[in-house]
Design a protein around this ligand. Structure first.
Ligand code: NAD
Ligand code: TYD
Length: 357
């Protein structure tokens, strides 16, 4: 595709939860860029997330598997992108426990393929180029409950699930390509995200969907595990700031300073759901069911994001209760989206809107 002198950015995984927010932000905010959304459209990829941007002249979509080495290499040679923002991944810990190989293929082999393609086309001319790798705080392992310790950029890696191990491996590959071949890279490691368009298998959208349908709310173990929650739009904003002003070769930790024990978060969610659905207080809470704990369940994640705040001035914009209200409102206003993704119906969207065009 000839986009003249426009800077060309490939965003991988742009049809997913976080990717779709990053694509929307970049397409709308930077008309001077051409954004290519490269996504395999797994169960987690849904072009319905991007209906509002798909007609933008500076946006295009390519259905492609990052594990397909030849496909990726040919596409990079044809398109000559100036930058890559890499979000495509298998992302759910429970699935990684069931099927680790899918995670190793996409997260490790897929990332290696993208790095090799970038290295090939940027060789000898790295000026203005950037491979931005979006990663997770889960690579750092697990913190003790009740401690005031935090994950930071220099926390030693200690991944403990197949998901986090595959993401840790991909982070190492990105750094290795920087040190060995001089590829300009940046990595960010973010805490748990929540917000619109998250597939209803992760805690918050799963529980919203279950309350809506009066299904039980499966709390793993005793519900004492702690996560540090960040509204997805704030994460997309941090990626924008780091992409444009971050230092090459650096890592940035992103978090919400917003730790919640699962059971407290679930009680808040239940209260807000009762309020929004005009149900008697306590109705949703009655759906809570304690179930067998997740194997190897990490106890606590918490991020110290002071490097990002001090160097680049980024701060999360939303208080958690406000973010949770907005998220619930979005799911209630988009029950059709929920129905489509839970039935698998959304998978026909690509065929209808792209394949047959
Ligand atoms: P997601 O599961 O919602 O979306 C992943 C996207 O990647 C989907 O669109 C999917 O179709 C695509 N994809 C998967 N395998 C692919 C392949 N082989 N080739 C091409 N595309 C493929 O994930 P998410 O929650 O939006 O996470 C995005 C990124 O952010 C991931 O790299 C994840 O590790 C990271 N991250 C997520 C969180 C979180 O809380 N969700 C927190 C920190 C970091
Ligand atoms: P999840 O959203 O899967 O994110 P992650 O495991 O990557 O942090 O889970 C968030 C927390 O909620 C985690 O401690 C596991 C717990 N959890 C449940 O108790 N029940 C559930 O059904 C799910 C999906 C998660």
């Amino acid at each position: 595709m000839d986009t003249g002198n426009q800077k060309k950015i490939i965003i991988t995984g742009g049809a997913g939860f976080i990717g779709s927010h990053v694509v929307r932000l970049f397409v709308n905010k930077y008309p001077e860029y051409h954004i290519i959304n490269l996504d395999k459209l797994t169960y987690a990829g849904n072009l319905g997330n991007l209906r509002d941007v798909e007609i933008a002249p500076n946006y295009s979509f390519i259905k492609m598997d990052i594990v397909d080495f030849n496909g990726i290499m040919n596409f990079f040679e044809q398109e000559q992108p100036d930058a890559v923002i890499h979000l495509a991944a298998e992302s759910h810990v429970d699935r990684s426990i069931e099927d680790p190989l899918a995670f190793i293929n996409t997260n490790l082999v897929g990332t290696a393929n993208l790095l090799l393609a970038a290295k090939t086309i940027w060789q000898g001319n790295n000026h203005g180029k950037l491979f931005y790798h979006v990663s997770t705080d889960e690579v750092f392992g697990s913190l003790a409950l009740g401690e005031s310790s935090f994950f930071k950029e220099d926390t030693p890696y200690d991944p403990r699930s197949p998901y986090s191990a595959s993401k840790a491996g991909s982070d190492h590959l990105v750094r290795a390509f920087h040190h060995t071949y001089g590829i300009p890279v940046i990595i960010s490691n973010c805490s748990n995200n929540y917000g619109p368009n998250q597939f209803p298998e992760k805690l918050i959208p799963l529980f919203i969907n279950n309350v809506l349908h009066n299904r039980s709310l499966p709390v793993y173990g005793e519900g004492i595990n702690v996560r540090d929650w960040l509204y997805v739009v704030d994460h997309a904003d941090a990626i924008d700031v780091i992409f444009h002003r971050g230092r090459k070769g650096e890592t940035y930790a992103i978090g919400g300073h917003n730790e919640w024990q699962n059971i407290d978060l679930i009680h808040l969610l239940c209260r807000l759901m009762d309020e929004k659905l005009n149900r008697a207080q306590g109705s949703s809470q009655r759906l809570i069911t304690y179930v067998r704990d997740r194997a190897g369940h990490d106890l606590r994640y918490a991020i110290d994001a002071s490097k990002l705040a001090n160097e680049l001035g980024w701060q999360p914009s939303l208080q958690f209760e406000e973010g949770l209200r907005r998220t619930i409102d979005w799911y209630l206003a988009n029950e059709e989206w929920l129905q489509e993704v839970t039935s698998g119906e959304y998978r026909s969207y690509y065929d209808l809107h792209y394949h047959q065009r």
